[in-house]
Design a protein around this ligand. Structure first.
Ligand SMILES: Cc1cc2nc3c(=O)[nH]c(=O)nc-3n(C[C@H](O)[C@H](O)[C@H](O)COP(=O)(O)O)c2cc1C
Length: 304
């Protein structure tokens, strides 16, 4: 019996479908001897970042429960399962709000960037046909890839009303979620360097987040994962497409310590170029002109 427990983080309705699939995974993990605890994001106060700057002063967000959620997920040395519904093609705003408020956690805990927490993801869409859940898993990854290594994931579709997760049509998805729980429980017992991704892959998928949404940075034949920024070169031989992925990008994807360090250096360099330009009298005159322009529609409260 391992002393670690799995944290199940649901962004869905209380007793909703995400929670049911999450519980299926946790029940199966328990059969493997791993205990769990559940956090319901919907019971917490989660607000968007307003760029107020408070977290730069003392590495805390004073506005809501996001710090509490992150304290209990990314800072505890426990594996994490995120289960989230799809809202308008992607994970719900609450998950995106949590993601945008993650940065100050790395000031105090740079080791989180080693991404040694094991994770799994369950994304649940009510429809899901014609790409209606296409950004569910990728948006969960914008959160998870900051601090964890993925063991398994599943996109479940055609599961809308509360209770639908437990209908006969979705028996496969309950079984798949149980498999995900077992995969995570078994991976926890391995040394970190032996942990492997155990989920399905599509013919072309990012070797880090295992999603298959790509963007063209320069143009074909190069593709890149918009989350992990792992680059690959597509080739076509013998009637088959292949992708040669960049080995360094796999080792050091966007949210790794190495690439985040490069990003911070860029931000500091950029600030040293930008700040003197903002201070220039001609820029200051334009700033005043733009601030003074415009008629605001308000709800009666004084404008800031
Ligand atoms: C605001 C809103 C937007 C939604 N948008 C989508 C969508 O774009 N694609 C989809 O497949 N399902 C969509 N759904 C359906 C939910 O993903 C589905 O009902 C899911 O089972 C809810 O999970 P829960 O029971 O854990 O809350 C949406 C639901 C809501 C409330």
């Amino acid at each position: 019996m391992t002393s670690k427990k799995i944290i199940g983080l649901s962004f869905g309705r209380k007793n909703g479908n995400s929670e049911a699939f999450l519980k299926a995974a946790l029940m199966a993990a328990e059969e493997e001897g791993v205990e769990s605890e559940i956090i319901r994001a919907i019971e917490l106060k989660i607000l968007p970042c307003t760029s107020c700057g408070a977290c730069f002063k003392n590495a805390k967000c004073p506005h809501d429960d996001t710090d509490w959620l992150l304290d209990n997920t990314m800072l505890v040395d426990n594996p994490l399962i995120v289960a989230a519904p799809v809202y308008h093609l992607r994970a719900p705003a609450s998950l995106i709000c949590v993601t945008e408020k993650i940065n100050h956690f790395f000031f105090n805990n740079p080791h989180a960037r080693d991404r040694k927490i094991l994770s799994a993801a369950i994304s649940v869409g009510g429809s899901g046909y014609d790409g209606w859940s296409s950004l569910g898993l990728p948006t969960i990854h914008i959160f998870l890839q900051h601090f964890s290594t993925l063991v398994d994931q599943v996109q479940i579709n055609h599961c809308a009303d509360r209770g639908a997760a437990l209908t006969p049509d979705n028996a496969w998805a309950i079984e798949r979620s149980r498999q995900l729980g077992r995969n995570l429980a078994k991976s926890m017992k391995l040394p970190f360097n032996q942990v492997k991704y155990l989920g399905e892959d599509t013919p072309v998928s990012c070797p880090v987040c295992h999603c298959n949404i790509f963007y063209l940075e320069k143009g074909l034949p190069e593709i890149a994962c918009p989350v992990c920024r792992v680059h690959g070169k597509v080739s076509h031989t013998g009637g088959k497409y292949q992708v040669a992925w960049d080995a360094d990008d796999i080792q050091n994807p966007r949210f790794s310590a190495v690439k985040e360090h490069e990003h911070l250096e860029w931000i500091m360099r950029h600030a040293s170029e930008e700040i003197p330009q903002i201070a220039m009298p001609e820029t200051q005159a334009k700033i005043k002109q733009y601030q003074d322009y415009g008629k605001y529609i308000t709800r009666g409260k004084a404008d800031k």
